[in-house]
Design a protein around this ligand. Structure first.
Ligand code: CMC
Length: 428
């Protein structure tokens, strides 16, 4: 794997250092710098712009071409022909399931959709106006206190059961966090419904009234989960891996991932997009907001635009745009926000600032509009992202634990004061 070498000449050193170059099955080669520390050298790469932190066989992104592959399969094909649970199976197992495997997997997930009844008590400790993401950080971490029968991270079966539990229980917890915030009783999962339909049922049914799930909306929800399922080493997944590298239990690691996802530069962007469209309010104000986004002295950014890896159209955004149209047509909604979004997209795509920096709409740009049309409040958007991303987080965690790992421990370039002696209080 490492026939190629890079040579590093260090000023003042006797000889240049030879560093192996590793090649993956796709994408750029990487220089293996692991041995640098033996020579008293470290690399400096804030934001991990040029650093591969692990090897992984799960997801591949070519940001220049706008390509996203899960276990080799393009996201567009998965979105068209597959569904969320099949993708969960694919991520976890590496291959698409045969019919019997698929049925067995769906059955297993259904058998884990309920949460321990004692968990209800945890919810009542939160304020009613708590952000659902704040609740999710707490209750997902708390799962480790409920399911300690599967916490041996060195046992492959335990890891699998935990993966199934997390995938199955996330929609239940997500819907509970919503129901709690609006003061309605929790709705139990219905295992005769499929994954996404069951989530909508738990969100919108009440004990007084049956909720008939609209199949177009259920399909759109499934697609939203599917499009978020994994995205290689993004900030939340890297957080899950870093937490996991200490040997921490998987529920705690996923809770850490949820916390990282919450930020507006990451999963919190879908909520921020809707807030931004609300702030713009009218097409006539778009130019003003574009000017603000371009102003280096203004911290405002066009939410739902730009990506660290994609320097082309986010392939998930394209699918999301189609789904958005399907949902709005089905519901007969003429959303003025969609008009603002479409106009904003057009203007930004033609603007020199955005073209130069290769800032394209990302997955979050359209998600918010679809979810809003479905009647889901914006505070739930990132919770839905977290639910969809769970199979990615847990598969990446399993890959790391099963494949051998060292504790993640970045180094630093110290810029503080050099050694000095303590000054007694009287002499300061
Ligand atoms: N609006 C205006 N300018 C932008 C934007 C934006 N949305 N994104 C990047 N830029 C500019 C930035 O100011 C910089 O300009 P300059 O070179 O003149 O200083 C240049 O583009 C490069 O930006 P960067 O901050 O170095 O890029 P990054 O890779 O560190 O950040 C990002 C990526 C996604 C955090 C950023 O594009 C952003 O903040 N976007 C808005 C938030 C968003 O939509 N996030 C969702 C990401 S997709 C879902 C997910 O993965 O969670």
């Amino acid at each position: 794997m490492a026939d190629k070498k890079a040579t590093l000449s260090v000023h003042g050193a006797n000889e240049p250092l030879e560093l192996p170059i590793l090649s993956g099955s796709e994408g750029s080669d990487v220089i293996d710098i692991n041995s640098l520390a033996q020579h008293g050298l470290f690399t400096y790469d804030p934001g991990f712009v040029s650093t591969a932190a692990c090897m992984s066989a799960i997801t591949y992104i070519d940001g220049d071409k706008g390509v996203l592959l899960h276990r080799g399969y393009p996201i567009e094909q998965l979105a068209e022909h597959s569904d969320y649970l099949e993708l969960c199976y694919l991520l976890l197992n590496g291959e698409l399931p045969k019919r019997a495997e698929r049925e067995a997997f769906v059955e297993v997930i259904k058998n884990h959709t309920m949460v321990h009844d004692q968990l209800r008590n945890l919810f009542s400790g939160f304020r009613r106006d708590a952000h659902p993401m704040a609740i999710m950080c707490g209750v997902v971490g708390a799962l480790s206190a409920f399911y300690h029968d599967s916490l041996d991270i060195d046992d492959a079966e335990h890891r699998t059961i935990t993966a199934h539990r997390l995938i199955a229980k996330m929609p239940t917890l997500a819907a509970m966090s919503y129901k709690y915030s609006i003061g309605q009783p929790f709705v139990y999962p219905r295992n005769d419904l499929d994954y996404a339909a069951n989530f909508l049922h738990m969100m919108f049914a009440t004990p007084c009234e049956e909720y008939e799930v609209n199949p177009v909306l259920a399909k759109a929800m499934d697609r939203i989960f599917l499009l978020h399922a994994d995205h290689e080493q993004n900030a939340s997944t890297s957080t899950v891996r870093l937490a996991g590298s200490t040997g921490a239990n998987p529920f705690a690691c996923i809770a850490a991932g949820i916390a990282a996802l919450w930020g507006p530069a990451h999963g919190g962007a879908n909520e921020a997009v809707l807030d931004m469209l609300g702030d713009i309010g009218d097409e006539k104000n778009i130019d003003k907001f574009i000017a603000r986004a371009k102003d280096p002295n203004d911290t405002f950014r066009l939410m739902g635009f730009g990506h660290r890896v994609y320097k082309n159209y986010d392939p998930r955004a394209k699918v999301m745009q189609e789904t958005c149209r399907e949902v709005l047509d089905e519901l007969g909604i003429e959303d003025p926000m969609l008009r603002i979004a479409q106009r904003l997209e057009k203007i930004a795509l033609e603007d020199e600032y955005f073209i130069e920096r290769r800032l394209y709409p990302n997955v979050d740009f359209y998600t918010g509009i679809i979810l809003k049309a479905m009647g889901i409040p914006s505070t739930m958007f990132t919770v839905i992202f977290a639910t969809g991303r769970t199979p990615g987080w847990i598969t990446q965690w399993i890959e790391m634990i099963a494949g051998g790992y060292r504790i993640g421990r970045p180094r630093q370039l110290y810029t503080g004061v050099s050694r000095r002696d303590y000054v007694p209080l009287a002499k300061r």
